[in-house]
Design a protein around this ligand. Structure first.
Ligand code: CA
Length: 224
């Protein structure tokens, strides 16, 4: 899952970024309206959610969401703002926002609202099961044959992405777009390193191969 934060207060942006990264999201941050709109436009279809401040330098959050909807973007947008009159809320929703959260807010509340917006994309229950593998998205635990396997945040996000796309080849560029953030330097060999680390942890000493390499294209977890 990849999220764009558009927020000009560095403290809030960092707080959100670190919190979401801990939950295994890939996170990009824009500090003003125009760069937020540009990132959202260029990467339309790649962000699963946008957290958008209302009062922003250059272009207001309202204007950003209005222009995004104008180009046909359906990305869920949650407004972050100290403005909370009924008129403000109605106006933001009419302009295309999906939800509205009043500053100051707790991270727990924000995360709950984020999960509501992503509900359609996340599996109904919070577990992904594949053969002898169980992934618990709430507790961030992975079990193989009921044994707890310890993964780093990126390994977890990578495994989740491959499992959600079970039966489909995931190209390196799609993996980068969905699992890494914009500061990733597009050195695709890093992905191979992560895949190898993940294989070592998931397959152990068995002859099971969870992840199959499609040479020159990417990786697949085959659906049985
Ligand atoms: Ca602001």
């Amino acid at each position: 899952m990849r999220v764009l934060i558009v927020e000009d207060e560095p403290g809030i942006a960092l707080f959100l970024k670190e919190g979401l990264q801990e939950e295994s999201f890939a996170v990009d941050v824009a500090n003003d309206g125009p760069s937020g709109l540009e990132l959202a436009t260029v990467n339309d279809g790649e962000y699963d959610l946008i957290l958008l401040d209302w009062m922003l330098p250059g272009l207001s959050g309202i204007e950003v969401v209005r222009q995004l909807r104008k180009i046909g973007s359906h990305v869920p947008v949650i407004f972050l703002t100290a403005r909370d009159t009924v008129q403000d809320t109605v106006f933001a929703l009419e302009m295309g926002a999906n939800d509205f959260i009043k500053k100051p807010f707790s991270f727990e509340e924000l995360l709950a609202r984020v999960r509501v917006q992503l509900r359609g994309k996340q599996s109904e229950n919070s577990r992904i099961i594949h053969r002898n593998l169980v992934m618990d998205l709430n507790t961030h635990q992975v079990f193989v044959d009921n044994q707890d396997v310890s993964l780093t945040q990126k390994e977890f996000a990578l495994l989740e992405f491959l499992l959600r796309n079970k039966g489909k080849v995931c190209t390196r560029s799609r993996i980068i777009e969905h699992v890494w953030d914009i500061h990733f330097d597009y050195n695709t060999s890093v992905i191979d390193v992560y895949i190898n680390a993940l294989r070592k942890k998931m397959d152990g000493n068995t002859d099971i191969n969870l992840i199959t390499t499609i040479r020159g294209v990417g990786y697949i977890i085959k659906d049985e």
